[in-house]
Design a protein around this ligand. Structure first.
Ligand code: SAH
Ligand code: SF4
Ligand code: F3S
Length: 447
C-alpha cells in the first residue's frame, strides 16, 4: 500500500446487531476526536469503516461486495478511499480479508477498535495492519466523551457470550462475557441524557447477565442498574436487549411492574419450540420453561409486548419438531419477532452435525413461520387501536407535518401535528397497519 494523505472525512457503515451500531458510533467519536469529520450525505468519504456482522452467511459475503462498491465509487470520484473493516467478520476472518481484499488497509476486531487511530496513522504511512486482540486494557476507558446524540441512544453494558449455542459465532467473535462497571454506566447514561437522549436502550449479547457493584458496594443485577438510571430526571424511557432465558432474575421481572420508565417490551429469543432441538442447540431451556417465564412477565406487567428470535432448519429438525415451533408461536402471541434460516457458521459445532436440512425445506418452513408471526404482529397492532399512549418523536415522516416515533410497545407510530424531534407526545392510536400505527395527537407531555 502506498503512503497517502490523512483522511479529512469518514463514514462508518454498521451491519448486524445494535451493539455494532453502538460500536460504530463510538468509532465515529474516536475519529472526530482526531479532527476527521463525518462525510455529508452523498459525499465520498476519505475513510470508510465497514463495521461487519458474521452471524449468517450473507452477512459475510456482503463485506466483499461492499469493499468492491467502495472501491468503485472511489474510482468514479477519482480518489482512493482508505478502507477499514471492523466488527465480527474482521474478528473471525481478519487474515482472509487482508489476503482477499488488497484495498483494505485496516482490520480491527470489536474488542480492539479503540486502537483504530494508531492503525490509521500507520495506514497513512502505507502500512496495512490487523488487530484482532481481545486486550485486557479497558476499551471503554480509552474512548472519548459522548457527543450529541439522538433522542434514542444505545448504551452497551455487557459484552461477549459464554453460552456457546451450537450454531452461533458470537462467543468466538465477541469473546467472554464481561460486565462494564456500574459507575461507568451511570456516568455514561447521564452524559447521554445531557447530550439529548430521552430513551436509553441497554445493550448486551446477554444483557440480563449484567452484574456489578453499586456505589454502596452492594452486588446488583440489571434491575438495580435500571432502577438507578430511572432516577435521571430527563430520561423518560429505558429498554434493554437481548436477554437470555437462563439469566432472567426475579428482580428484573418485578422491575417491569414497578419502574414506570422501564418500557413494557421484552425481546426474549427462544429459537425453537422443540425440546430435542433446543437441547441440540445447547440452549438449556425448554419450550415449557420459556412459556412459564413469559407468564411471569405478563403477571408483572399485563400489557407487556413480547418479541423473540427463531431459527428454522437447524440440523436434524423434523417436520414434527418444526410444528412444535409453530405451536409455541400460537401459545405466545408475539407482538414482533425475527426469524432466520439456519446458516452453518465455520468452527461452530452445528456446522458439522449430520442431517443438514435442504434449502427448499428451510425456505418453506421459514415462510410458514413468518406467516404466523406476521399474523400475530398484525393482531397485536390491531388490538392497540383505541389505546392512549405516549410517543417519543424520533424523526420527520414523509408527508408534510408528519412525525414518526415509537409507542411504549416499540411499535412505529406516525401522526401529523405540532411537534419536534425529542418531544414526548400523548396520542390516541387510531389505525393499524402491519408494521406501523396511525395516531391522533392529544397533548404534548413535556417540551
Ligand atoms: N445473544 C442473543 C442474540 C444472538 S444473535 C441471543 O442469544 O438471543 C441474534 C439471533 O441470530 C439469534 O437469536 C438467532 O436467532 C440468530 N442466529 C444466530 N446464529 C445463527 C445461525 N448460525 N443461523 C441462523 N440464525 C442465527
Ligand atoms: Fe449466540 Fe447463544 Fe450467545 Fe446468543 S446466547 S450470542 S445465540 S451463543
Ligand atoms: Fe453480528 Fe457480531 Fe452482532 S456477528 S449480530 S455484529 S455480535
Amino acid at each position: 500500500m502506498k503512503p497517502t494523505k490523512s483522511p479529512k472525512t469518514y463514514r462508518v457503515k454498521s451491519f448486524g446487531c445494535q451493539m455494532n451500531v453502538y460500536d460504530g458510533d463510538r468509532m465515529g467519536e474516536l475519529l472526530e476526536a482526531r479532527g476527521i469529520a463525518p462525510a455529508s450525505e452523498g459525499e465520498d468519504a476519505d475513510l470508510v469503516v465497514l463495521n461487519t456482522c458474521h452471524i449468517r452467511e450473507k452477512a459475510t459475503e456482503k463485506v466483499y461486495s461492499d469493499i468492491g462498491r467502495v472501491e468503485k465509487a472511489g474510482r468514479l470520484a477519482r480518489k482512493k478511499p482508505m478502507i477499514a473493516v471492523a466488527g465480527c467478520v474482521a474478528q473471525a476472518e481478519g487474515e482472509e480479508i487482508m489476503k482477499r481484499a488488497p484495498a483494505v488497509g485496516m482490520v480491527v476486531g470489536p474488542q480492539a477498535y479503540h486502537r483504530l487511530p494508531d492503525m490509521l496513522e500507520r495506514a497513512v504511512k502505507g502500512e496495512r495492519s490487523t488487530d484482532t486482540d481481545m486486550p485486557e486494557d479497558a476499551k471503554f476507558a480509552a474512548l472519548p466523551k459522548r457527543r450529541k446524540v439522538a433522542p434514542t441512544a444505545f448504551l452497551t453494558v455487557q459484552e461477549g457470550c459464554d453460552k456457546f449455542c451450537t450454531y452461533c459465532v458470537v462467543p468466538y467473535t465477541r469473546g467472554a462475557e464481561i460486565s462494564r462497571p456500574y459507575s461507568d454506566l451511570v456516568d455514561e447514561a447521564a452524559k447521554l441524557v445531557d447530550a439529548g437522549a430521552r430513551e436509553i436502550t441497554l445493550l448486551g449479547q446477554n444483557v440480563n447477565a449484567w452484574s456489578g457493584e453499586d456505589d454502596k458496594g452492594r452486588e446488583v443485577g440489571l434491575d438495580g442498574l435500571v432502577r438507578e438510571l430511572a432516577k435521571l430526571p430527563d430520561l423518560a424511557r429505558i429498554r434493554y436487549t437481548t436477554s437470555h432465558p437462563n439469566d432472567m432474575s426475579d428482580g428484573l421481572i418485578a422491575a417491569h411492574g414497578e419502574v414506570d420508565k422501564l418500557m413494557p417490551y421484552l425481546h426474549l429469543p427462544v429459537q425453537s419450540g422443540s425440546d430435542r432441538v433446543l437441547k441440540a442447540m445447547n440452549r438449556s431451556h425448554t419450550a415449557d420453561s420459556y412459556l412459564k417465564l413469559l407468564d411471569r412477565f405478563r403477571d408483572a406487567r399485563p400489557d407487556i409486548a413480547l418479541s423473540g428470535d427463531f431459527i428454522v432448519g437447524f440440523p436434524g429438525e423434523t417436520e414434527a419438531e418444526f410444528e412444535e415451533t409453530l405451536a409455541l408461536v400460537d401459545a405466545v402471541g408475539y407482538a414482533a419477532a425475527f426469524s432466520f434460516k439456519y446458516s452453518p457458521r465455520p468452527g461452530t459445532p452445528a456446522a458439522t452435525m449430520a442431517d443438514q436440512i435442504a434449502p427448499d425445506v428451510m425456505d418453506e418452513r421459514l415462510q410458514r413461520l413468518q406467516a404466523r408471526l406476521n399474523r400475530d404482529q398484525a393482531a397485536f397492532n390491531a388490538a392497540s387501536v383505541g389505546r392512549v399512549c405516549d410517543v417519543l418523536v424520533e424523526r420527520k415522516g414523509k408527508l408534510e407535518g408528519q412525525w414518526l416515533g415509537k409507542s411504549p410497545w416499540l411499535q412505529s407510530v406516525h401522526f401529523t401535528g405540532d411537534a419536534a424531534i425529542g418531544d414526548m407526545v400523548r396520542v390516541e392510536l387510531t389505525e393499524a397497519g402491519p408494521n406501523s400505527l396511525g395516531a391522533r395527537v392529544l397533548e404534548k407531555v413535556d417540551a
